[in-house]
Design a protein around this ligand. Structure first.
Ligand code: PLP
Length: 379
């Protein structure tokens, strides 16, 4: 078989960051000369600039997307004896934070097409102990928020949107993060807006919750050494805030490039037997933080091996649904969640980083096409 071997990484942060080296160094120098490394104007300015993208009144810089979820739960007063509903098919942090505040994660199944929390599965899980729902905007597309919000309103539950992977995505004209009581965002370096280290943001429209979250991220202290709440150190570094401010104006461009790659994958792979392409619902945008397809018929791992032989990187987000994780075994045996379990066996994510070239994308498509056209026994 004739093909030109081209190494395609899953992502390449140097390609994104090095062209703005001078601006990043300027931001570093600004913080260095200011001597203000904790809190201060860089953090405050980033908070308001980033909150505007999420369409929220208040933004609270956080040390990570994980800590943003943790602080949201703490601010809502969720703790031992409480239950919080979240999808099983998501990154660990969503449920890990629920367990860390002493509450019980209650796992719901997902939509087989968009991979997000299936609203129809929520209501049967509600008990008198349920306090909140955490929908996750997985892979860059909003969960179906209106039914989630309606169920939450009817049962008096809080909603925390885990928007770690979807900063800038829109649901029915409204930016994600601004729909629930809190939105939590991650600026982990591989995210659509990536810091040069760990960083996160909590957003809300509720002034009292914003104030409480601000206290909690700083050991619950309203002024130094006077602690009205038991919080922690969940602060965003001034340095990360300054670096993120260099990258934030490019967010729309990152998103557009990711979306272009996703559209080209969809076009090139449409109608191919054996793979199910990701669905974007017409009432929302998909920022393609990941481009994730399903491989039917047990061929996912064979496809990954084939891609690896062609030097095309891929990843599985996520191979084990959370209800099956060892860390949650203490919760007892869990009923089957057929969609989450099927997704864990069938999904594979392809390179979709903004700086990927069309040649690299073509190499990914060619490798997948060759795999699908090869004889199953030859794989
Ligand atoms: C869905 C989801 N939730 C939460 C997080 C946690 O974010 P962070 O890595 O910034 O702690 C991530 C990041 O990987 C994520 O993908």
């Amino acid at each position: 078989m004739m093909f030109i071997q081209m190494k395609v990484p899953l992502l390449d942060l140097r390609r994104q960051n090095l062209p703005m080296e001078a601006e990043l160094l300027d931001a570093f120098r600004r913080v260095l000369t200011s001597g203000q490394f904790i809190q201060g104007p860089e953090v405050e300015q980033f908070e308001s600039e980033a909150a505007a993208v999420a369409g929220a009144r208040f933004g609270i810089g956080m040390s990570s997307g994980t800590d943003a979820i943790l602080v949201a739960l703490m601010a809502l007063g969720i703790g031992p004896g409480d239950e919080v509903i979240c999808p099983s098919f998501t990154f660990f942090a969503t449920a890990g934070c629920i367990a860390r505040v002493g509450a019980r994660p209650v796992f719901a199944d997902s939509c087989p097409e968009c991979f997000n929390l299936a609203p129809s599965g929520i209501e049967p899980l509600i008990t008198p102990r349920t306090k909140a729902i955490i929908p996750v905007h997985l892979f860059g597309q909003a969960a179906d928020m209106d039914p989630v919000l309606e169920i939450a309103r009817r049962h008096g539950l809080a909603v925390i949107e885990d928007a770690a992977q979807a900063f800038g995505a829109v649901y029915r004209g409204r930016p994600v993060g601004s729909l629930g009581d809190f939105g939590t965002i991650s600026f982990f370096p591989t995210k659509n807006l990536g810091a040069l280290g760990d960083a996160g943001l909590l957003v809300t429209d509720d002034e009292a919750l914003a104030e409480k979250a601000r206290l909690l991220r700083n050991h619950g202290a309203s002024r130094r050494y006077f602690h009205s709440l038991v919080g922690g150190n969940f602060r965003l570094d001034a340095l990360q805030a300054a670096l993120l401010r260099v990258k934030l104006p490019r967010l729309a461009e990152y998103t557009a490039r990711r979306q272009q790659h996703a559209a080209e994958y969809n076009r090139a792979l449409a109608g191919r037997d054996g793979v199910v392409l990701p669905t974007t619902h017409p009432d929302r945008t998909h920022i393609a933080n990941q481009y994730t397809l399903r491989v039917r018929g047990g061929g996912r791992d064979a496809l990954r091996r084939f891609l690896q032989e062609r030097a095309v990187a891929s990843e599985i987000y996520y191979p084990v649904p959370l209800h099956a994780q060892e860390s949650f075994r203490a919760l007892g045996p869990h009923p089957a969640l057929p969609v989450a379990e099927a997704l864990a066996d069938e999904v594979v994510s392809l390179p979709v980083f903004p700086e990927m070239t069309s040649e690299e994308r073509g190499a990914v498509v060619a490798a997948i096409t060759d795999f699908l056209e090869s004889e199953p026994e030859g794989r």
